[in-house]
Design a protein around this ligand. Structure first.
Ligand code: COA
Length: 246
């Protein structure tokens, strides 16, 4: 593993996003590593804590350099959406610790976890529409489900950046730590509380709650495939990579 740092404390797995030079942008290689971790972790009872190894930066989203070159066919592969489905389907609870920006796919990654604990400097945003695409890896339905339609609309349509306290009030995060340094302890404490309970009952409760998920994934996939082939997306992503309009 080169882009994901794993540390195990008994049944608690710390899954650290570890691509500091690109603000943890999720590229195919990182997706593959995270998939490998999920495959391994599901073999025996485990709680996952998804965090960043870089203080002050959770994740800046899907890798725009790779996204720019993906076509409709690649969109239908559901690379990030599929990973987040598998993360959501981890057999036991998962917690995201968010310090700094969780943008685009970074926000969607946090949304796919069962819980989110934010540092006071956490910021959540879905900038996809400024790049000519939709937030196709779950935000279209996980965001309104957690934070309500109003917050989801402001984030998706208007690109609103939502800070830790606002996220807490909206239900987008479950707790705000006193400081970034306090974040790991808060995650560990939440995990310890959950780990005292029955693993089997936890697993079955997760399955029960999953039956409440809305089924808009198919629409998101088809819509993203349409947009991935567009010139608008290509031009906007090129502008980001060449640092225009920023
Ligand atoms: N994909 C690919 N590369 C990314 C990236 C992404 N999503 N986000 C950041 N990077 C890269 C930058 O290109 C830059 O690389 P370089 O040093 O080789 O030029 C490096 O990471 C640092 O990013 P930079 O933008 O210089 O940092 P910043 O501190 O000025 O800004 C952000 C931080 C998060 C505000 C900014 O990086 C950003 O807006 N990222 C894109 C967010 C986004 O639109 N995500 C949705 C993707 S679908």
């Amino acid at each position: 593993m080169t882009l994901v740092h794993i540390r195990r404390e008994d049944r608690l797995w710390w899954v650290g996003l570890d691509r500091p030079d690109k603000h943890n942008a999720l590229d195919q290689a990182m997706v593959d590593e995270l998939d490998a971790v999920l495959n391994e972790a599901r073999r025996e009872p485990s709680l996952l804590i998804v965090h960043s190894t870089t203080p002050g930066m959770f994740a800046a989203g899907a890798d725009i350099a790779e996204l720019r070159d993906r076509d409709a066919d690649a969109a239908l592969l559901a690379i990030n959406a599929g990973l987040f489905e598998r993360l959501e389907a981890h057999r036991w609870p998962t917690i995201a610790l968010v310090d700094g920006p969780a943008f685009g796919g970074g926000c969607e990654l946090a949304l796919a976890c069962d819980f989110r604990i934010a540092s006071p400097d956490a910021v959540f945003a879905q900038p996809e529409l400024s790049l000519g695409i939709i937030a196709g890896a779950g935000a279209n339905w996980r965001l309104p489900q957690l934070a309500g339609l109003g917050t989801a609309r402001r984030m998706l349509y208007a690109g609103a950046r939502v800070g830790a306290q606002e996220a807490l009030a909206a239900g987008l995060v479950d707790e705000v730590a006193d400081s970034a340094e306090d974040l790991n302890e808060r995650g560990r404490a939440m995990a310890a509380t959950i780990a005292k309970r029955s693993w089997r009952a936890l697993e079955l409760t997760k399955l029960a709650l999953r039956s409440r998920r809305p089924a808009t994934t198919t629409f998101d996939l088809a819509a993203q495939a349409l947009l991935f082939d567009g010139e608008d997306k290509h031009d906007r992503m090129t502008a980001f990579l060449e640092r225009r309009n920023r």
